[in-house]
Design a protein around this ligand. Structure first.
Ligand code: DLL
Length: 437
């Protein structure tokens, strides 16, 4: 464990710390002026009220959203003078517009600490070799794990994403114990290693995140590579990777670093808190961030929170794997379904490759879901069986195409694209070109 006192603190002690940090955040936001100060004042929170806030007041406080960051792009929401900002990162986001986040020196220190905890969750410590295949750049994955690895005293190999052959050579030569990359890239690396007979035997753990992935994909990765596959969650707006990580001991839920990222789970429709164990939208408050501290940031990510004790001894609340995004839900003939639910069914079937693409054919009046996956043999039988299972488990009527291995597009760099909406024009895959609506 990287920071045992913080990660195993008693729940009461941590709540007291969160409360004190929440008060100072409200005071800082009020002093900085701007959108968040205006919203606080409109909710009746002035300096005097801020100094008496408790955690129980949190659900009543105003929220922030991606739209606020877009409206204030690039620097409109900073809570510090712009010359205190030493770096920017962000994401191109699902909507195409960049979400830009500024960091002070203090923010980079905090980020390094948080990702050092993530690496600690995978059993890494001083001297562990970390093969960091997250992309370096505006994206927070590469630089985040770089800072965390250095903070921990590990040896970081900053290989970034892509160029799979070179990655395999470096793994064989430098013998890393820990691999960090997206889960879809872990599959690409694992398949290439298997095909080429590359030596990846030094690996022990992988910390995979930045995109949703199912338990079935975890099993597939663990068959392809000699790793315990752990999930890491984060978002640029909150800090990047390092918000929450699964421990190697339990591999069951992601420990949220809630001393720095206070988490709530709300009903995405009503905004009311949901009970522990019930899926809802995650909302984060970042009381110790300097350049861009956010009050009650609505992530759009759906997951549930769990407070049972964990085998690893951490007392931090756990979040489930992300089930999907609020805006990702597919409505197919009246059935609501998240891509991750379809993934779980597809990848659980023996004989199918760990690749799939969901095409939502929205050219007609009623959207139809086409599930495309790959298998070496028995494609017709797989298609029939998958069609029946999807109908049974999810109540979904779909069209299933089982294609030859290598047919679906592979993504070497960036986040995997698993869902394509086909609204007009050419089919997203040549195999679907004849499909009529
Ligand atoms: O993806 C930060 C990150 C980098 C996390 C490396 C983990 C590893 P953004 O590019 O801003 O930041 O995208 C954030 O990605 O709101 C989720 O929808 C999704 N996401 C991130 N981690 C996970 C995960 C980084 N483990 C958005 N499971 C978030 C599912 C994830 N979705």
């Amino acid at each position: 464990m990287w920071d045992e006192p913080a990660e195993t603190m008693s729940v009461d002690e941590r709540s007291a710390l969160q409360e004190q940090r929440l008060r100072s955040l409200a005071a800082r936001l009020l002093a900085a002026g701007g959108l968040q100060a205006e919203r606080l004042r409109a909710a009746g929170i002035d300096g005097a009220v801020a100094s008496t806030l408790s955690l129980a007041d949190l659900p009543e406080l105003p929220t922030t959203s991606k739209q606020d960051l877009w409206d204030a792009y690039p620097f409109g929401m900073l809570a510090v003078p712009q010359d205190n900002v030493v770096a920017v990162h962000g994401s191109s986001g699902t909507g195409g517009r960049p979400t830009l986040v500024g960091y002070t020196r203090g923010d980079l220190d905090l980020w390094g600490e948080m990702v050092a905890r993530s690496l600690g969750c995978a059993g890494a410590s001083r001297g562990t070799v970390v093969h960091n295949a997250y992309g370096y750049g505006l994206f927070t994955g590469g630089v985040g794990f770089h800072l965390g690895g250095i903070r921990l005293g590990a040896t970081v190999v900053p290989v970034s994403s892509g160029m799979t052959q070179r990655q395999l050579t470096l793994i064989a030569d430098l013998k890393p114990q820990v691999l960090t990359c997206t889960p879809s890239y872990a599959v690409t690396l694992g398949e290439a290693a298997r095909r080429d007979g590359a030596d990846v035997s030094s690996l022990r753990a992988g910390i995979f995140g930045a995109e949703p992935w199912s338990e079935s994909l975890r099993r597939q990765i663990e068959q392809l590579l000699p790793v315990k596959a752990l999930d890491v969650y984060g978002l640029s707006e909150v800090i990047g990777p390092g918000v929450a990580t699964e421990c190697i001991e339990a591999q069951s839920g992601l420990h949220v670093n809630e001393d720095h990222f206070i988490v709530e789970c709300i009903d995405p429709g009503t905004g009311e808190p949901v009970d522990d164990g019930t899926p809802g939208e995650l909302v984060f408050t970042t009381p110790t961030k300097e350049a861009l501290p956010l009050l009650r940031y609505r992530t759009g990510d759906l997951a549930s929170l769990h407070r049972e004790t964990c085998a690893c001894g951490r007392t931090l609340v756990r979040m489930s794997k992300v089930l999907g995004r609020r805006d990702d839900m597919l409505v197919v003939r009246g059935v609501n379904v998240y891509p991750s639910e379809v993934e779980a069914v597809v990848l659980a079937r023996d004989g199918l490759e760990p690749h799939y693409l969901l095409v939502v054919d929205g050219r007609g009046a009623v959207p139809e879901l086409i599930v495309c996956c790959e298998a070496e043999t028995d494609r017709d039988a797989h298609a029939q069986a998958l069609d029946a299972t999807l109908r049974d488990r999810l109540g979904l009527r779909t069209e299933v195409h089982v294609l030859a291995p290598g047919t679906l597009p592979r993504q070497e760099v960036g986040k995997a694209v698993r869902v394509v909406r086909w609204v007009e024009g050419a089919a997203p895959l040549p195999e679907l070109a004849d499909r009529r609506r």
